[in-house]
Design a protein around this ligand. Structure first.
Ligand code: ATP
Ligand code: MG
Length: 629
């Protein structure tokens, strides 16, 4: 059976298709109804069934692979390596679960996890899953204000945290940020569990703060059985990256998520039990949830948890780990590859990468020069995949597990099984069926297993935000703008918010960015639409040059600006030509590495840039302000 048939079957016979996929996990009680979408857009998968994510990720592997690697922790920040077998993981998770239970955490209670990338963070997530507590992992790099708003949204009974994280060799103390956040928040957690890494001093609040190592000693022999949860119970909440505005709280189920992940490891990532998976993301993001913690472990794979930068001690560190642990599947982001691209490409050839089947990249458009650079350097397939925090697993890619489909540069690929992806005209809602027509990428319900259940505590926001943005049609909007070619491959052209309207022509920021990025001296580029009295909008480009030294004087800058404009003229036509190309040292991004175009646009138009709580380096935006001043 080819992939097209595989996909068709998932759409024509979802019950049969997903019943088959559901055999990839253990069920405590079988489900009685595969898909209940009686009240769209809400979907309940595997109703009547009972299972547990932690059971599937840990306990069920004990019979066959107790002594095999489960979690491989590597920190180039603290020079630590620790290997945890499935058997040890089982013991550690039960200890953590016992500690949480002793702190009064019950099924359905929230536990907020604010942690660096250390094994205890995974123990805490799995312990929550084990006892049916809902975890809410907040990226460890967030400061107290962002953390406080998440504490108020999740209202956790307990918080699990640590003294500090470390980035680029610099210790980042978490505890003062946590204390400040709790002070700022209206909701006060009853208990705070602290892992002391010995990196930064901690003040402890008597009665509230507890030392993890001490409590662990008291629960060394803990036996905490998995709570059997309904498939439709809530497993966790997680926030979107905040690229287009205030982050949205995504809520996910138990059974559908477990099945979706097991199926994706098999059909998309080509992972096999006993192999090693390496995702370079962070547990604070959806990729970390799905493909550092749950997905690989559910599939019986070892997973690498890496604390550190991709370029420290040098640009070869990731590949060194691939060789050492015989990584077969790797997952990263274009933004990380662009960081590597500034390093010596010899690092890509220094280690034995023969175990590696593919490198998957997601999170942002993968531009052709970056894709080619890494593909040539590594000599393994580079597989772009498009998805969202909301979906939990890939929406578009070239599903290699079923049938090898050719990749096309610039396109993540075709709709994955279970997804009814369509392109709609954004104002008429009309379906665009022809090749190369531009429209909004939408998903028709019922959404597949693993997809968000709702917005945490806000069904109305879920329906109104995601399902009512296209007039007259109840479809899920991805808020991305795209086209589909003759072969059914999709191309993401930018966010719907970022579409630029120049004298009546609608252009995605991505189209112009791709063109500019093809200039040999362009390392990174962001294009935004700026209000213009004459044309409605004009494009403005902000470029990070590869060789900034060549831009020493104003003339050199004008020359490169002119060259870039000519390039865009020749590739896309004069209508796409940016009004100005400005040069900066870095671009404003979210902590997950996404370009904050809306913030750049606001600054260009002299408006308030809005919610910037997820922004990485504020200096980047300031640079743009200064340029325009
Ligand atoms: P927010 O929803 O809060 O504005 P966000 O959309 O950046 O933030 P995420 O869920 O982390 O939050 O990111 C999903 C988005 O990332 C997609 O909607 C898309 O715009 C972009 N994206 C992800 N993967 C790809 C890819 N392979 N190619 C192009 N764009 C991608
Ligand atoms: Mg989004």
């Amino acid at each position: 059976m080819g992939y097209a048939d595989f996909h068709r079957r998932s759409i024509d016979d979802p019950e049969g298709f997903w019943t088959e996929q559901a055999r990839l996990i253990d069920w405590h009680r079988p489900f009685t109804r595969v898909c209940n979408d009686d009240k769209p857009p809400f979907v309940h998968w595997f109703e009547g069934g009972q299972t547990n994510l932690c059971h599937n990720a840990v306990d069920r592997h004990l019979k066959e692979r107790a002594k095999q690697n489960a979690l491989i922790f590597v920190s180039t920040e603290t020079e630590t390596e620790r290997i945890v077998s499935f058997e040890e993981l089982h013991a550690e998770v039960q200890r953590m679960a016992a500690i949480l239970l002793a702190q009064g955490v019950k099924k359905g209670d929230r536990v907020l996890i604010y942690m660096p990338m250390i094994p205890e963070a995974a123990f805490a997530m799995l312990a929550c899953a084990r006892i049916g507590a809902i975890h809410s992992v907040v990226f460890g790099g967030f400061a107290s204000h962002s953390l406080a708003s998440r504490i108020d949204d999740a209202t956790p009974v307990a918080i699990v945290s640590a003294d500090a994280g470390s980035r680029g060799g610099k210790v980042v103390a978490y505890k003062p940020l946590l204390d400040e956040a709790i002070a700022l928040a209206k909701h006060k957690p009853a208990a705070v569990l602290l892992v002391d890494r010995g990196l930064a001093p901690m003040n402890r609040v008597a009665g509230r703060d507890h030392d993890y190592a001490t409590l662990r000693e008291q629960h060394l022999d803990a036996q905490v059985p998995c709570a059997w949860l309904d498939s439709t119970d809530i497993s966790y909440t997680i926030y979107t990256s905040g690229t287009t505005g205030k982050p949205k709280g995504v809520q996910r189920d138990v059974g559908g998520y477990a099945v979706a992940l097991a199926a994706s490891i098999k059909h998309i990532f080509m992972g096999e039990p006993g192999e090693t998976y390496f995702s370079t993301s962070d547990i604070g993001w959806v990729v970390g949830h799905s493909y550092i913690v749950y997905g690989p472990l559910i599939a019986g794979m070892a997973t690498i948890m890496y604390e550190g930068l991709p370029i420290r001690p040098d640009g070869g560190i990731w590949w060194k780990l691939v060789e050492k642990y015989k990584v077969t599947v790797m997952f990263s982001a274009p933004t990380a590859v662009r960081v590597l691209k500034k390093q010596d490409p010899a690092f890509l050839k220094q280690y034995d990468l023969s175990s590696l089947k593919a490198l998957f990249l997601a999170g942002e458009p993968l531009d052709e020069p970056t894709a080619r650079w890494i593909a040539d350097g590594l000599g393994v397939p580079i597989i772009d995949n498009y998805w969202q925090t909301e979906s939990g697993w890939p929406i578009l890619t070239v599903a290699n597990g079923v049938e090898r489909q050719p990749s096309k540069f610039g396109s993540p690929g075709v709709p994955m099984y279970g997804y009814r992806v369509k392109l709609l005209h954004e104002s008429t809602g009309e379906e665009l069926t022809g090749a190369d027509e531009k429209g909004v990428v939408v998903i028709e319900g019922p959404t597949p297993p693993g997809f968000m259940q709702t917005v945490w505590r806000d069904d109305a926001r879920f329906v109104n935000t995601y399902w009512k943005s296209i007039p007259g049609k109840m479809v899920y909007s991805t808020f991305d703008w795209g086209i589909r070619d003759r072969d059914g491959y999709y191309y993401i052209l930018g966010r719907t918010d970022d579409v630029i309207n120049v004298a009546g022509h609608r252009l995605g920021t991505r189209e112009i960015e791709e063109s500019i990025a093809s200039h040999p001296n362009v390392a990174e580029v962001a294009v935004v639409g700026v209000a213009d009295q004459l044309k409605g909008q004009v494009a403005m480009a902000f470029v990070v040059a590869k060789d900034a030294s060549a831009l020493g004087d104003a003339n050199a800058q004008l020359k490169l600006e002119g060259d870039i404009m000519k390039l865009v003229d020749s590739q896309l036509g004069a209508v796409a030509r940016p009004a100005r190309v400005r040069f900066v040292a870095l671009l404003p991004k979210t902590r997950s590495g996404k370009l904050l175009r809306r913030a750049i646009q606001a600054v260009c138009e002299g408006r308030d840039p809005g919610d910037l709580t997820t922004m990485d380096d504020p200096g980047a935006l300031q640079q743009i302000r200064d340029l325009l001043a």
